[in-house]
Design a protein around this ligand. Structure first.
Ligand SMILES: [Zn+2]
Length: 220
């Protein structure tokens, strides 16, 4: 553990992201009771299809204690909350893609939303995963349009229209022949992920996999 991490643990003792108990094992992503009670998705239940992607994996269903943990992380200024969630996702990636990946990226926030929030939660999850798995995490995509939050839109078609054209590949992104993993916190309709996966394909990615912490309704 680096000095920075030790200091972080001192000021923000790692808590279970789902129930807020202080973790006895500070390197564990969650506490033992939550490991038992959370809505884990095993096998096919944790997979879904996303247009332009080879597959999409999520370790958890978006219910029970999960939505609250995601909200707490998203709207808290304590970025350290993302570390155990990133660790959980890193375990999922190792599990689902034992061959690993060449690159991690994320569906970024708009500049406006980034200013409001102070940090990009998907970026932090990707960076934590990259650190743990020794895979580069890079800002490959950018949000070029400020859109309404997807969470305010019910219909899949409204979400697709809202996501269309909202993202772009950053100039200089070289994805040729790479296995790319696109990271986000929650997948609902999948329209943001498919929009981004299509761009990664156009950028030359050989494979595009999506990985989200949780999977909400809107499943296919
Ligand atoms: Zn817990």
């Amino acid at each position: 553990m680096s000095l920075g991490e030790k200091l972080l643990d001192l000021f923000f003792p790692p808590k279970c992201p789902f129930c807020q108990r202080i973790l006895e094992d500070p390197r564990a992503p969650l506490c033992p009771p939550c490991r038992t009670r959370l809505p884990w998705l095993e096998g096919k239940a944790g997979e879904r299809t996303i247009d332009f992607a080879d597959g999409c994996f999520s370790p958890l269903a978006y219910r029970d204690g999960v939505p609250e943990a995601v909200r707490r992380y998203k709207f808290s200024r304590v970025q350290a909350l993302g570390r155990p969630l990133g660790r959980l996702m890193a375990h999922c990636l190792e599990d689902r893609l034992p061959e690993g990946a060449d690159l991690l990226c994320w569906a970024p926030l708009s500049k406006k939303r980034l200013r409001e929030r102070g940090f990009d939660q998907a970026e932090l999850l990707a960076r934590e995963m990259g650190r743990l798995l020794a895979i580069p995490a890079e800002p490959i995509l950018e949000k070029i349009q400020h859109t309404a939050p997807q969470s305010g839109l019910e219909e899949g078609s409204a979400r697709r229209a809202n996501a269309r054209g909202a993202y772009a590949l950053r100039s200089g992104a070289d994805l040729r022949g790479k296995r790319v993993v696109l990271v986000d916190d929650v997948v609902t309709s999948g329209s943001t992920l498919s929009e981004c996966a299509g761009l990664l394909r156009m950028g030359g990615a050989a494979q595009v996999w999506c990985l989200t912490l949780a999977r909400a309704r809107g499943d296919r």
